[in-house]
Design a protein around this ligand. Structure first.
Ligand code: SF4
Length: 401
């Protein structure tokens, strides 16, 4: 994190305005959050900032937004009062509003946040001894219909904007009080409470690629939140054409919702498999530009009783992924109301893990976190939904592809 000593700024002011689309609606203000550096510079110039100053102003405002976490222009004390007033006339600094926060007995925090249009998405913070992971959402509902996933029963309402995606990170840093105090110390906020981001919340991030990319670039920018790309993991269910772009344009780590070792079973669990089957997916992963022994692809595998948890499944999984630098995350299924599956027995999960481990793969069994507040993997769902989907409807959509 680039330290900025000598900057005195007031404490950040929390925001209660819902995110507003970036384009300048009638009488509206442009939200600076979520703009790329180029986008911010262009917006400043359009609002009257002299072109020759724009690069410097962009850098200054960027640090106030993403290093210090301030939410009002008045706090940007290295800008003139007049300029701050001009900024406040044309722009706003808006992140999603926290509607509710639940804290699990194991310390996991689940936030329900509201975005433009009154829609809501869930965000989960998982503290561990050596790290703190934020699981963020990229869509309201989901384009896809994985049958083991609670979000999959919620029809896609819309994609989140880049502001609404990075806004989840900023909201959590507010709650964790993780912004450095302007004018106090070196500006280094010390050991991070929010050290990792996983795009494993609601939605398929690769069906909202541009907004996810812009938001993660903001999170990785060294003069702002400055999270290392190796601390960000994007999880996809297998949108094959977008996989390589993730390496080229984002550069973060990759996880794949694999969950089955035959097309027959994966078609049922992860219906996008009917579009790009296991072979097509594995080919794309073998070609993943960033894969290496130090940057392994994570294969997520939910353990469903008598569905995908046999020893033969474990042996087949090892054969399928051979040659790909990989690690396997075994996820004991987290039940949700109306779920058509049960969690595998622990003995079955351990036997499965043992086969994989003996084959040379790290295969940690993911400890369910936040189950008591429905914050565990696959349990997220917000009240915002247009219509509950019937299974028949889901099948029809998948057929349409
Ligand atoms: S697992 Fe991911 S892609 Fe599949 S329905 Fe759930 S949120 Fe969507």
């Amino acid at each position: 994190m680039a330290e900025q000593s000598g900057q005195n700024a007031q404490a950040p002011i929390t925001q209660d305005v819902m995110t507003i689309p970036r384009k300048l609606p009638e009488g509206g203000k442009i939200n600076l959050i979520g703009l790329t550096r180029d986008g911010l510079r262009a917006a400043l110039i359009e609002a009257g900032t002299p072109e020759k100053q724009a690069k410097m102003r962009t850098g200054q405002i960027w640090q106030w937004l993403y290093h210090w976490g301030v939410r009002d222009f008045a706090s940007m004390t290295n800008l003139s009062k007049d300029y701050r007033a001009q900024l406040a006339e044309r722009f706003e600094i808006a992140i999603p509003e926290v509607v509710s926060k639940q804290v699990s007995a194991d310390g996991t925090r689940k936030y329900l946040v509201r975005i433009a249009g009154g829609h809501e998405v869930e965000v989960v913070y998982i503290p561990e001894t050596d790290r703190g992971t934020l699981c963020i959402s990229s869509q309201v509902g989901c384009t896809l219909t994985c049958s083991f996933c609670h979000t999959g029963t919620q029809k896609l309402v819309r994609n989140l904007t880049a502001a609404e995606i990075i806004g989840q990170v900023m909201m959590a840093r507010d709650d964790l009080d993780e912004w450095p105090e302007p004018g106090v110390g070196t500006g280094d906020a010390g050991p991070r409470l929010l050290s990792n981001i996983v795009l494993m919340g609601m939605g398929e991030p690769l069906y909202n690629f541009e907004n996810v990319r812009d938001a993660m670039k903001i999170a990785m920018d060294g003069e702002g939140i400055a999270l290392s790309r190796r601390r960000i993991t994007l999880s996809t269910s297998g949108v094959v054409p977008e996989i390589a772009k993730t390496a080229e344009e984002i550069g973060c780590l990759l996880a794949v919702s694999f969950h089955a070792t035959t097309d027959e079973v994966r078609d049922r669990l992860v219906p996008i498999n009917k579009r790009w089957n296991i072979e097509a997916l594995l080919d794309a992963l073998r070609e993943y530009p960033k894969v290496s022994n130090s940057e392994r692809i994570t294969f997520e595998y939910v353990m469903l009783k008598d569905v995908n948890d046999s020893d033969e499944d474990a042996r087949r999984l090892v054969r399928l992924i051979s040659g790909i630098p990989a690690k396997i995350n075994l996820i004991p299924f987290n039940e949700w109301p109306g779920a058509p599956y049960q969690r595998s027995d622990w003995a079955r999960i351990e036997s499965f893990a043992d086969i994989i481990y003996k084959a040379g793969y790290a295969s940690p069994i993911r400890t369910p976190r936040g189950e008591d507040i429905m914050a565990a993997c696959g349990q997220l769902k917000s009240a915002t939904e247009r219509a509950r989907k019937s299974r028949k409807q889901i099948e029809a959509e998948v057929q349409q592809g």
